[in-house]
Design a protein around this ligand. Sequence first.
Ligand SMILES: [Zn+2]
Length: 155
Amino acid sequence: MSDGYNFAQLKTEILKLSKATDWETARKEWRLVSISQADEPEACLCGHFPIIDLCTIKNGVTGQSVDVGNVCVKRFLGFRSDLIFASIKRIKSNPDKSIGPDAAALFHRQGIINAWEYQFQQDTHRKRDLTARQLATRHSINRKVLAAIRSRGIT
Ligand SMILES: [Zn+2]
């Protein structure tokens, strides 16, 4: 059972930053606002160490925000941050590949990719035979995303 991810501790910490006092309601106050990768390993709110893939979540009611590890965000809050990190790994190893829909939606919400790029992403996400121009656009989107992930502190 003990794999270092302490749900009771995470719950207590999240509840402190929430308005609701019961977990099922409190968790609905939160949303995923950004992801990043730590230069130095950090500790998750649950006490797990080390974590590199960080998710910043924000409470829409209290305005509080906090960094939580990728595993806890998926396991306990149900956000598919794992798909977003998978997108990052994919385009890091092959810039000809495309980020997935979950990643595109998040990066658009953050203003990292603009409305036109977001639409382009949806239209061409599954395409393998892009024109030279489309491929250049995909590369440019991927570069923006990777640059944003590298810099800590984006909101
Ligand atoms: Zn955790």
